[in-house]
Design a protein around this ligand. Structure first.
Ligand SMILES: C[S@@+](CC[C@H](N)C(=O)[O-])C[C@H]1O[C@@H](n2cnc3c(N)ncnc32)[C@H](O)[C@@H]1O
Length: 325
């Protein structure tokens, strides 16, 4: 039997099985993750600690056409721990996006990073701060993604900060022996972990503004929003005004799909009134934690983080959350 009809039946049967296998391997939220892993890039507002809270509060069923969308990717820690089959991951910071594209294309791996950090780390040990600033200048001229990682992991406080000319300007962390063998191994393993997560997954990394990314969202997708703190940073890629925040709230509310937004809710001094003003009608879940800056006892504070979720996409019952009126 080799008729066109039997070939069509075989084709449909193979396609259905492929879809079934794909669906079985797709995550659906909520998930309970005890120990999230950290990616190689560090940035302000990184959500490593909050990943279990975020992924256990969102409800989303992934299927063959659905995408996990993050317009404010940063370190990528949420997507790398969730591991959706399809994703659109964007940021206006091209250095972050190019770094992950290089891992995806195989031009950067744990092995190439190990070699680079060994070479550059030994020069840093020998010449100290002067060498750090030489690499910083080279990066600002040439933009090599391996130099970006070197700077990100040896600058003060692991910051990602660029001046208004788009030049990386974070000072040295003052530790010439920064790249000890165990630290290099840790970073190389983080790069290998990302490469492994990307393997056979349909993920697109894109340099784009959040407006362009949200315009691509379709009803089966889910959008996770983690914009910069309003008025907090003076970074070229991270300026975020009251007006930006208000426009994002309007655009998010008209999305055809589910979404969740991370934002600080309160610290010991004040409440974030932007949430009450702009995210009314949505569910808000709260996570409290302590932060610690510097070495002094009195530089500690308590912070409440909010996860604002579109109604119908929250995993927990309404009783454990607040609905903003
Ligand atoms: C708070 S961080 C995201 C942190 C990330 N969720 C994580 O856990 O690492 C915000 C990110 O938004 C990016 N960003 C700032 N303004 C943007 C804009 N207008 N459009 C897209 N991305 C922007 C910044 O470059 C930064 O990486």
């Amino acid at each position: 039997m080799n008729s066109p009809l039997s070939s069509a039946i075989v084709f449909v049967w193979i396609w259905l099985n492929k879809q079934r296998l794909l669906c079985c391997s797709m995550p659906s939220l909520p998930i309970h993750l005890a120990h999230p892993k950290a990616p190689p890039i560090k940035c302000q507002g990184i959500k490593t600690k909050l990943v279990p809270f975020i992924l256990s509060h969102v409800r989303w069923q992934e299927h063959s056409t659905a995408r996990w969308i993050e317009p404010f990717l940063g370190s990528g820690v949420v997507a790398f721990n969730l591991l959706p089959q399809r994703a659109l991951l964007a940021d206006t910071n091209r250095h972050i996006i190019q770094f992950y594209q290089a891992i995806q294309q195989g031009t950067v791996s744990g092995a190439t990073i190990r070699t680079h950090l060994q070479q550059e780390g030994s020069q840093l040990e020998r010449y100290g701060a002067a060498y750090y600033y030489r690499v910083r200048e080279r990066f600002n001229q040439q933009g090599d993604v391996r130099d970006f990682l070197f700077l990100n992991r040896s600058c003060f406080n692991g910051l990602v900060r660029f001046n208004r000319h788009g030049q990386f300007n974070v000072p040295f962390c003052h530790k010439p022996q920064r790249f000890a063998p165990a630290y290099i191994t840790k970073i190389a393993n983080q790069v290998d972990w990302v490469a492994q997560q990307l393997h056979q997954r349909d993920w697109k990394f894109q340099v784009a503004s959040w407006q362009r990314v949200l315009a691509e969202a379709r009803s089966p997708d889910f959008v996770y929003l983690d914009p910069p703190y309003i008025g907090r940073h003076t970074d070229y890629f991270n300026t975020w005004s009251q007006q930006d925040a208000e426009q994002l709230a309007i655009a998010a509310k008209s999305l055809p799909c589910g979404f969740a937004l991370s934002m600080w809710l309160a610290n010991q001094y004040r409440q974030n009134d932007h949430i009450d003003r702009c995210w009314n009608g949505l569910e808000v879940f709260t996570y409290r934690h302590f932060y610690h800056i510097g070495s002094r006892e009195n530089w500690r504070g308590s912070m409440a983080e909010a996860l604002v979720i579109k109604p119908g996409f929250a995993a927990s019952s309404i009783a454990s959350s607040t609905i903003i009126k």
